[in-house]
Design a protein around this ligand. Structure first.
Ligand code: NAD
Length: 289
């Protein structure tokens, strides 16, 4: 298959390389020359514009920073320039409203499109082990599934256009709130004189158990190996968690959903990022609690 790939940064770079490994011919475009050079080293064909990269493509995949960029790239350079038979897949994390707007514009122009945001970070993008949450019609999902499977281990149809983004931000709002709750709980356990490994052994087998504790423990030396054991480097950056929480707050407002825990998590992560910690793993928020 000939696939145009737009946005070859931290995530897109590894994803495009996995499409090449799966035997696809990948036309790459990124505004950053170094990202394009890396894509070329990984076997992609570099192009100097989106319009050229999408010529004759069977599918277009994008992995871009935000909704405004996704909207402008699709409306100016993809829709009307890629063949109408091309399947469009946006894997960026963006707001639900923009995902639906771009999906409708694609549909009106005769294209099939899915929103397919991912769970999993740079290591999963490089290793081809991402989870994709897909919004779009049954037919579009059936066409997207084999392409996404070359870049991930799990591909789930979440519902109609925008449902992939909705699932992603609901999941990440729960993750942000549960990480804060896990951090404050360990901080309190310490103040109450509990040995933290002992508390972990109890709570990880009791009703307080959750992913932020047992797969991503924010306390160094407790539980499995996590970014906490590496000075909170690597992992999932606070700035990206904050981005997802802001998207969740916007979606909650649009939908009229009352989200007091998600909203408090967003405030705490905003404060933590403003204090210069945006590059640290999101579990580092334990330092403030
Ligand atoms: P990144 O900044 O490393 O990569 C984005 C790339 O897009 C850059 O190389 C940039 O030059 C390029 N770009 C920007 N505007 C462009 C345009 N108009 N045309 C072509 N290229 C353009 O970001 P990333 O970490 O790869 O994240 C990409 C997306 O994946 C984001 O939506 C992010 O929220 C999501 N995401 C990231 C992670 C993570 O751990 N990094 C995890 C899950 C989801």
């Amino acid at each position: 298959m000939k696939i145009a790939f737009i946005g070859l940064g931290n995530m897109g770079g590894g994803m495009a390389a996995n499409l090449v490994k799966a035997g696809h011919s990948v036309n790459a475009f990124d505004l950053a020359p170094e990202a394009l050079a890396r894509a070329k080293d990984n076997g992609c064909a570099p192009f100097t514009s989106v319009k050229e990269a999408v010529q004759g493509a069977d599918a277009v995949v994008s992995m871009l920073p935000n909704g405004a960029i996704v909207n402008s790239v699709y409306s100016a350079d993809v829709i009307g320039h890629a063949p109408q038979s091309a399947l469009l897949l946006d894997c960026s994390t963006i707001d639900v409203a923009t995902a639906r707007t771009v999906g409708s514009a694609a549909d009106a122009a005769g294209y099939a499109m899915v929103d397919a945001p991912v769970s999993g970070g740079i290591a999963a993008a490089n290793g081809g082990t991402l989870t994709f949450m897909v919004g779009g019609s049954d037919d579009a999902f059936a066409r997207a599934e084999p392409i996404l499977s070359a870049m991930g281990k799990t591909v789930i149809h979440a519902g109609a256009s925008g449902a992939g983004q909705a699932a992603k931000i609901c999941n990440n709002m729960l993750l942000g709130a549960s990480m804060v709750a896990t951090c404050e709980t360990f901080a309190m356990a310490e103040k109450l004189g509990l040995d933290l490994q002992t508390f972990y052994d109890i709570s990880s087998k009791a009703s307080g158990q959750n992913w932020s504790m047992t797969s991503y423990c924010p306390v160094p030396g407790v539980g499995p190996q996590t970014p906490a054991d590496n000075g909170y480097q690597g992992g999932f950056a606070t700035a990206l968690m904050l981005k997802d929480l802001k998207l969740a707050m916007a979606a909650a407002k649009d939908a009229g959903a009352d989200v007091p825990m998600g909203s408090r998590a967003e405030e705490l992560y905003a404060k933590f990022a403003e204090a210069g910690n945006g590059g640290l793993d999101f579990s580092a928020i334990i330092k403030t609690l």
